[in-house]
Design a protein around this ligand. Structure first.
Ligand code: PLP
Length: 364
């Protein structure tokens, strides 16, 4: 038995006919950039998230950068982010000229609201909660802190398409929500892609120009912008897949439930309260002998990953920000114990139970 960490080819096989006929249709028209498929996708994605607007961009990294630019965040400002995330949550803050302020997390790997309060200064402009592994951050608390301190909330929902809290979807809480369509995310295209959601019409109009060179129309440039649009072909692919995302997410949840039921005796498994729907983009356990377990599983043809082994504040790139080991104890402790198990909608029950069997058999 072989259990790869993901298997993108299976989803393609399932959708191949639909994707190829769309590819053909669009290619015959030559409608590659800012076409009708993108318009349709933006409408459908906004509906899916329960927001007024969605804007397709080149990546979630650009979604994050553009959100901050739209809010006037830049030099001299601080942005509060969790210490455990993919590096894009941090470098985009640096890239727009602001300073990332790293904050410790809770047991669910998401940012700790109490620690946010301690990190707020006169320079703080925004909080970027990350719904890591597809589990919602407690947005009620975050929004309250933000309101009390006059801060913006930008959701990094890259891993959380379809996740919800009190029936409200990720991406609909903050001033903007940022999504990734990278091939490793639950809803993905065949390359890079991203989406920004918002209910704010002014921000929406600004972002539509920002992603397209700052152009107001074909000839007039209102401000200097970027070239970062979701390709029309990718938008068409995203539209096809959006029809299946609830079904796929249900399978992620089902697999997570089986894992949790079976592995709670031998590892620390994720637990959520009933007001949250977690879509388990990653299924993460904690194990006291993580590295040994990882090697053992690899020998048994089970591929696992660590999300993430090096906390953001301890990355070599963060050196000049002045953090040291011990600053974010929880993130640092978790980084030594966490292990992401294979999870994808096409995984078979045999594969799931093979992973479970091997983890149970592992002896340190
Ligand atoms: C993947 C990811 C990003 C970056 O997404 P791209 O589309 O690759 O730019 C940002 N934040 C988080 C939490 C991610 O998982």
């Amino acid at each position: 038995m072989d259990v790869p960490f993901v298997n993108l080819g299976l989803q393609y096989q399932f959708l191949r006919n639909q994707i190829l006929s769309k590819f053909d249709e669009i290619s015959k028209k030559g409608e590659y950039i800012l076409g009708s498929e993108l318009d349709e996708f933006e409408q459908e994605f906004a509906n899916f998230c329960g927001t007024k607007f969605a804007i397709g961009v080149g990546s979630c990294s650009d979604a994050l950068s553009f959100s901050m630019i739209a809010l006037g965040i830049g030099k001299g400002h601080e942005v509060i982010i969790p210490g455990n995330s993919f590096i894009a949550t941090a470098w985009t803050v640096v890239n727009i000229g602001a300073i990332p302020v790293f904050v410790d997390v809770l047991d669910d790997y998401n940012i700790d609201p109490q620690m946010i309060k301690k990190a707020i200064t006169k320079k703080t402009k925004a909080i970027i909660p990350v719904h890591l592994t597809g589990r919602m951050t407690d947005m009620d608390q975050i929004i309250q802190i933000a309101n009390e301190n006059n801060l913006y909330v930008i959701e990094d929902a890259a891993q959380a398409v379809g996740a919800s809290l009190n029936k409200k979807k990720s991406g609909s809480f903050g001033i903007t929500g940022c999504f990734s369509l990278h091939p490793l995310k639950n809803l993905h295209v065949q390359g890079d892609g991203g989406v920004i959601t918002t209910n704010d019409e002014t921000i929406y109009c600004f972002l539509k120009k920002l992603r397209n060179h700052g152009l107001k129309n074909r000839d007039e440039c209102e401000f200097w912008g970027y070239n970062s649009r979701l390709d029309n072909i990718q938008a068409a692919i995203a539209r096809i897949k959006l029809q299946y995302i609830d079904e796929w997410n249900s399978r992620f949840i089902q697999i997570a439930n089986i894992y949790s039921e079976e592995l709670q005796q031998v590892s620390l498994v994720p637990k959520d309260d009933s007001k949250k729907v977690s879509i388990y983009h990653r299924y993460v356990i904690q194990h006291f002998s993580r590295d040994g377990l990882k090697n053992y599983l690899e020998k048994n043809n089970i591929e696992t990953r660590i999300n993430y082994p090096v906390p953001l504040h301890l990355q070599p790139a963060a050196k000049n920000l002045g953090y040291k080991p011990g600053d974010l104890p929880k993130v640092e402790a978790q980084s030594k114990l966490i292990l992401s198990l294979p999870i994808y909608a096409e995984m078979t029950d045999d594969q799931i139970y093979y992973v479970i069997k091997k983890i149970k058999l592992f002896k340190k």
